[in-house]
Design a protein around this ligand. Structure first.
Ligand code: CO
Length: 134
């Protein structure tokens, strides 16, 4: 069921500063910031040879990462994203095992235009999991 690691997402309080760190100090290729109002985040993609990092800054008052940053004011790893071939089949298998899918359980269009779902961090050793259908 589980495919490649698609990305690791890091919530940051200041995306301009985080982008500068990855670009200027780490020497990474970074994207322009993209405001994704329907997801309540501004995102910058950091391209790595074998994967990517997503820097996330809250956008708007309803941002799903606002409470995370309240608990982790200097930022922190927010989720990791695995690729799956069939997201509904993956969801049904996880639900059958007792895992909790966040939201209404229906896949939404994620930051890359593909269907995504999020799984409860308490079911995965404290790590929120995103599944992306590729
Ligand atoms: Co993500």
């Amino acid at each position: 069921m589980l495919g490649r690691l698609n990305h690791v997402a890091i919530a940051v309080p200041d995306i301009a500063a985080a982008t500068a760190l990855y670009r200027d100090v780490m020497g990474a290729r970074v994207s322009q910031p993209q405001a994704l109002s329907e997801h309540g985040v501004t995102v910058v993609f950091v391209d790595l040879e074998n994967s990517r990092i997503e820097l996330l800054e809250p956008l708007g008052r309803e941002s799903p990462i606002a409470s995370f940053l309240e608990k982790n004011p200097s930022g922190g790893m927010h989720h990791i994203c695995y690729e799956v071939a069939d997201i509904r089949a993956a969801r049904d298998r996880l639900l059958k095992s007792g895992a909790r899918v966040l939201g209404d359980g229906e896949p939404k269009t994620g930051a890359h235009g593909k269907p995504v779902l999020f799984l409860h961090p308490k079911d995965f050793y404290g790590t929120q999991i995103e599944l992306e259908e590729v």
